[in-house]
Ligand binder design. Sequence first.
Ligand SMILES: [Fe+2]
Ligand SMILES: [Fe+2]
Length: 140
Amino acid sequence: MDENELEIEWKDFLAVGVPEMDAEHRKFITRVNELDLAIVAAKDKATVRQAMDLMLSEAANHFKHEEELLAEWKYPHAAAHAAKHAALWTQFGGLLREFEQAEFSFVWAVKGLKVKQLLVAHLLKEDLTYRDYLQSRSRQ
Ligand SMILES: [Fe+2]
Ligand SMILES: [Fe+2]
């Protein structure tokens, strides 16, 4: 597979219009690409784990920050959004355990990709929903 095929690019439609969130989301996309590259280049498990840990520790801080802002903006689905973050975290815990236990590179690579996919899907679905809310609010 061509390495570039996996690369995700920042696109303006991803902007939620809040500079600090957009900066964190941009950084997140960079981390996702670094993780992909480590997996696709079939780097060793420790290198992939390191890329995953970095992505996840930044995601943890980002989730917290986002939850604080959503509450501040009185986003009506702030609690549901936070619950989705928490559910993701539970899934990550399971995937990380499976990653650790996986003996074969194709197994741990799949677990690593799954963590990334879940995070990207959250950004595309849930985060863009609050973007729509903020946009509709600013038009009022
Ligand atoms: Fe979120
Ligand atoms: Fe987010």
